[in-house]
Ligand binder design. Structure first.
Ligand SMILES: Nc1ncnc2c1ncn2[C@@H]1O[C@H](COP(=O)(O)OP(=O)(O)OP(=O)(O)O)[C@@H](O)[C@H]1O
Ligand SMILES: [Mg+2]
Length: 395
């Protein structure tokens, strides 16, 4: 994979510097040099190497364009984006002749810039090392799996500056990731399912929708009937492609164990198993863990996360650990208002309420699944309860 670390940006050609720099960073850019004018940029290009060059095109006359072309030709591996306030055909043509590979209307927003860089890297055939797949599985419906999957993906995107992060909504019969993020996607999973053997990384990248916050979302089928076309084989092929384009892919998995979910759980490097401290959730979790063991998943593949942990829970973490014969290192606090606010605003809590308990707990989980050092895992007080002892006897 060719280097992609140094960018040169002329004035504000990439849009507002803060959001542009955040986008560049997500693609692995570590150094952003700025030049006040195109001519200053050309001077810099004479003495230094850059992997990406973003310049305004509207102010360049014929002489400037010739100098521009000379430099883009000399830096043959440098990717070049040109911007101008109006997408005028003649200007675009001159820009392309001068070596511009992507043209954006000025000022590009974060999503447009991100999509343009993605296209350039794709064309260059840049596929990084194999990415990791993290499946989020709810022990039963309504337990908070989607909430955790969304927050986990955005949290990883905040924590990890190199490599891209994707969120796949694999709840094929009516997933709600897009609703919770306020996205109106152009394509969804059914497009991939309809392509059969033609499902490749390029098609996947053309199907995903970028969301503010640096996460690429692959929506579930908008038409629930189309969900049937998403077979286990489609899931397997899809996730294999996700690994080639994204450093981390978080998957919201259906909570019943059908062929789609088993294909996702099989492929996953890590399973985040969401449960709650009540009898029915723990019983269901117990059964699912038995199935997981039969499917051959090692205990180190599964992280049990207790959601909606509350001081008034009748069962304790000690009960849950003893009933499940498994460690529980993460708890997410109960925060009805915070979750409802985030859903209304279409922004995950890790972005809209970063100082909340939910955001802090998900960040710990994200650090762990992304392989970053954690500063202690989140846990609730230990105590065994009478109800827990009863549950153990009957399990
Ligand atoms: N930690 C939490 N505190 C309070 N409410 C929560 C928490 N986590 C999730 N919720 C709420 O619980 C409800 C169900 O959450 P969510 O949709 O994430 O669950 P799910 O397991 O994906 O459900 P489904 O079976 O519908 O897919 C939502 O209203 C959500 O806001
Ligand atoms: Mg869900």
């Amino acid at each position: 994979m060719a280097a992609f670390q140094r960018a040169l940006v002329v004035a504000n050609a990439a849009g507002a510097p803060e959001s542009a720099n955040a986008v560049l960073q997500r693609f692995g850019i570590t150094t952003v040099a700025t030049a006040a004018t195109p001519n200053d940029a050309l001077q810099l290009l004479r003495g230094q190497e850059f992997d990406l060059f973003i310049a305004p095109m509207q102010s360049l006359d014929a002489v400037d364009l010739a100098a521009f072309e000379r430099e883009t030709r000399r830096h043959s591996t440098m990717l070049v984006i040109g911007t101008a306030p109006v997408a005028e055909a003649d200007l675009i043509l001159r820009a392309v002749r001068a070596g511009v590979q992507e043209f954006l209307v000025y000022p590009p927003d974060a999503k447009e810039l991100s999509a343009a860089i993605d296209r350039l890297l794709r064309r260059r055939g840049d596929d990084g090392p194999r990415g990791r797949l993290i499946a989020v599985y709810g022990a039963k419906g309504g337990i908070g799996a989607t909430t955790i999957a969304i927050n986990l993906a955005f949290s990883i995107a905040r924590l990890v500056s190199t490599g891209r992060v994707a969120l796949v909504d694999l709840v094929a019969s009516g997933g709600d990731v897009c609703t919770l993020l306020g996205l109106k996607p152009a394509h969804d999973l059914s497009l991939l399912a309809s392509k059969g053997d033609a499902l490749d990384a390029e098609l996947v990248r053309a199907t995903v929708t970028p969301a503010d916050g640096g996460v690429w979302v692959l929506p579930s089928p908008m038409d629930p009937e189309a969900g049937e076309s998403v077979t286990g084989d489609v899931v397997q092929a899809l996730l294999e492609q996700m690994r080639t384009s994204y450093a981390h892919t978080v998957i919201d998995v259906e909570h019943w164990l059908g062929e789609r979910s088993v294909a996702a759980l099989d492929a996953a490097d890590e399973i985040v198993m969401v449960t709650q401290l009540d009898v029915s959730s723990l019983r269901r979790t117990q059964r699912v863990l038995t199935v997981f063991r039969r499917l051959g998943y090692g205990d180190d593949k599964v992280r049990i996360v207790v959601n909606r942990a509350h001081d008034a829970d009748l069962l304790s973490l000690t009960d849950a650990r003893e009933v499940l014969f498994a460690p529980i290192e993460f708890t997410i606090p109960n925060d009805f208002r915070g979750c409802a606010d985030a859903a209304t605003r279409g922004r995950p809590m890790v972005l809209s309420a970063p100082s909340s308990g939910v955001a802090a707990a998900v960040t710990q989980l994200a650090r762990d699944v992304a392989g970053l050092p954690t500063n202690g895992k989140s846990g609730a007080p230990l105590r065994a309860t009478r109800l827990g002892r009863l549950l153990r006897r009957t399990s």
